[in-house]
Design a protein around this ligand. Structure first.
Ligand SMILES: [Zn+2]
Length: 109
């Protein structure tokens, strides 16, 4: 998984230090890994038809890394849980590639 150095904006492949400026990327890599793990957990919850836990995991992943995958999982979990307006917002973010503002949590009661 590639990590963008926040200091010099170089994409780095697998090292914990930036190849260009030597910046420490290990914390970013750990955050990215945690986001992926939350995503995997959320997918398992979704497959077990547990929409609420899937949505929690998707939101956790989104907080760590605003990815299209997290938005897609949140969309599916919202649909499954019957939170249709929230699903619409997550769909927009998934379609935007995970680059827009996070969903407001207004209808998840
Ligand atoms: Zn750098």
């Amino acid at each position: 998984m590639q990590i963008l150095c926040p200091a010099c904006k170089k994409l780095n492949d697998s090292a914990d230090k930036c190849n260009r400026c030597g910046g420490n990327l290990s914390d970013l890599r750990r955050i990215r890994r945690a986001a992926v793990e939350e995503l995997k957990l959320g997918k398992r919850h979704l497959l077990r038809m547990n929409a609420e836990k899937a949505l929690l995991s998707a939101k956790s992943s989104w907080r760590l890394k605003k990815s299209a995958s997290a938005a897609k999982l949140a969309f599916l979990a919202s649909l499954m849980g019957g939170h249709f307006s929230e699903a619409t917002r997550w769909y927009s973010m998934a379609a935007a590639g995970g680059n827009s503002a996070p969903a407001r949590n207004t209808d998840c009661s």
